[in-house]
Design a protein around this ligand. Structure first.
Ligand code: PAF
Length: 288
């Protein structure tokens, strides 16, 4: 496994693989890898076969953190990340420096205007501008044919799909199902912020989503009713602070009043020092 720091070397590596008729698949991350990332890497390998180039990037992107957010405390463990990358058969780990990504005088950003305003965009202004910008830059550095993202960050996935289409980037975007702990909590690098009791309390998040899903399939159609079901479960945990609970269209991310067929139920909840997001697709169709 190669570790590549320089942008020109990364581009040259990808071009050489493409010249041999093979594909490059890319898994961008901010490191502190967990089993959710493992699934992204497995999906990446599956997408290009054994002869394709599987690239993992590790870059904690400063432009997607707000001034009061956790950039400086964001968990990092390069040795552990490299071990997991090796176990998953990654061919190249790309670790650019902040100055390589944002050179002196940097002033160009990309913004996916409307999708970025909903859900997390309401409380994290500028977050998705930072995400879209770094993903576009990383695409230009890694030159992937395919890129893999997790569905836990559903809004991010939609924004990247939109940007890729709008800017004719020619990268196929693959979305991978959320990987969950045994009690249903979605895997996230930020779970590391939870104390033992907060971790226990965080169980209210998947419980609320499961209840919303069960509600929809047993005939609850009004968004306000589904939100109430989730609110009751989360509010039982005194340490849980709801940032948002939404029922929205799974493509536009616009709020829905009523579910006709399928809807995205998305939430952000703060527990102690961790801001946790999660989502599920609910359906009015009765489950078999
Ligand atoms: O999902 C993440 O880890 C980040 O938002 C990403 C896509 C690597 C951009 O920094």
């Amino acid at each position: 496994m190669e570790i590549i720091k320089e942008v020109s070397l990364m581009q040259a590596r990808s071009k050489a693989v493409k010249a041999e008729g093979q594909k490059v698949v890319f898994v961008p991350t901010m490191g502190f890898l967990h089993d959710g990332h493992r699934e992204l890497l497995k999906a990446g390998r599956k997408a290009v076969g054994k002869d394709g180039l599987l690239v993992l990037s590790i870059f904690v992107n400063p432009t997607q953190f707000g001034p009061k957010e956790d950039l400086s405390s964001y968990p990092r463990d390069m040795d552990r990340d490299l071990k997991m990358a090796g176990e998953e058969g990654v061919d190249a780990v790309f670790t650019p420096g902040v100055d390589d990504v944002y050179p002196e005088g940097f002033e160009t950003f990309v913004e996916v205007a409307v999708l970025s305003k909903h859900l997390c965009g309401e409380t994290r202004p500028g977050h998705f501008r930072g995400v879209a910008t770094v993903v576009l830059k990383l695409f230009n550095m890694v030159l992937p044919d395919i890129a893999v993202f997790g569905k836990k960050d559903f809004q991010q996935l939609k924004i990247i799909e939109r940007m890729t289409m709008d800017l004719n980037l020619g990268v196929a975007i693959v979305g991978v199902e959320t990987v969950r702990e045994r009690d249903g909590l979605a895997m996230s690098s930020r779970n590391a912020y939870l104390s033992e009791s907060e971790r226990e309390a965080a169980r209210c998040i998947p419980a609320a989503l499961e209840a919303a899903s069960g509600g929809a399939s047993s005939g609850v159609r009004q968004a306000t009713d589904l939100i109430e079901i989730m609110k009751k479960i989360i509010e039982k945990e005194p340490v849980a602070v709801i940032e948002y609970l939404r029922v929205c269209d799974k493509e536009s991310l616009e709020d829905l009043d009523k579910i006709e067929d399928e809807a995205l139920v998305a939430l952000a909840v703060r527990i102690g020092g961790a801001r946790l997001i999660d989502n599920t697709l609910v359906s009015t169709r009765v489950r078999a």
